[in-house]
Design a protein around this ligand. Structure first.
Ligand code: UDP
Length: 237
């Protein structure tokens, strides 16, 4: 069910298997394990403990993580993109009458994201939301609102590590089942940022598309070779 990459257990089943696996947890934190996130975790004990905790599942989000699974000779069945998993959870919530709560992005993006989700999934219950620009150490109103609404799934789109820090600080006291950091996904649902065309996703070139659209991302690509190098070094020890 898992591929060991460095000290991380990365889920190696299909998206469908993952949806069933999540059911087993009382509370679960789903981590979109792209190389940048996993590489940052190696140098940050707070993140590392969270990524390797009993209530966390790392999904292979990104072609670099898929490559790493090949390096350790236990390839994952498929790449699981965080945004696709989020949409599966949203569909399940609509089907089963469970509510979701959204935190993150700028207010107008959040509003557009809610509008788009609501028009695509008409029976979906979005019980609450908050933009992603607030003080993580001073947000008791937000925490109280989530406690009152008791959403089944909490999606947090504030980029890493900010979204992870929010989850680490609050997961214990919040009554949600699914906690998931979803990076720039609200921007995609809102229609502000487009995902790569399918043929590029299939070829594992989504990262190239994102850099072409948002050139500032080129700096962040450096963690792909750094992460792979760590995996290769660790393997040859
Ligand atoms: N963001 C936020 N609060 C912050 C910083 C960023 O809500 O303090 C939001 C930002 O508006 C954007 C998302 O986090 O919607 C950034 O996602 P990014 O594209 O960096 O994440 P990735 O998908 O690369 O993990």
């Amino acid at each position: 069910m898992f591929t060991r990459i460095l000290e991380y257990n990365v889920f190696n089943g299909t998206l469908k298997e993952l949806m069933n696996y999540i059911e087993k947890f009382n509370k679960v934190n789903i981590i979109s394990g792209n190389p940048e996130v996993l590489y940052n975790g190696l140098n940050n004990p707070l993140l590392f403990n969270n990524f390797t905790g009993d209530n966390s599942i790392i999904i292979p989000d990104g072609v670099g993580t898929v490559m790493a699974s090949k390096v350790v000779k236990n390839p994952v069945k498929e790449k699981i993109a965080g945004i696709e998993l989020m949409e599966e959870i949203v569909k399940k919530c609509e089907r089963e009458g469970k509510s979701i709560y959204l935190i993150g992005a700028k207010q107008e993006i959040l509003d557009a994201c809610i509008e788009k989700l609501q028009s695509k999934y008409t029976k979906l219950n979005i019980s609450g939301s908050h933009n992603g620009y607030f003080d993580l150490n001073n947000c008791s109103d937000l925490i109280d609102d989530i406690k009152a609404k008791k959403p089944y799934a909490l999606f947090i789109a504030m980029g890493s590590p900010r979204q992870d820090v929010f989850i680490i600080k609050n997961m214990k006291e919040l009554p949600c089942k699914i906690f998931m950091g979803v990076g720039g996904s609200f921007d995609v649902f809102a229609g502000k940022v487009k995902r790569a065309p399918n043929w590029m996703i299939k070829l594992g070139l989504e990262w190239l598309y994102r850099v072409a659209k948002e050139p500032f991302r080129v700096k962040r690509l450096g963690s792909i070779p750094k992460f792979l190098l760590e995996v290769i070094k660790h393997k040859s020890k």
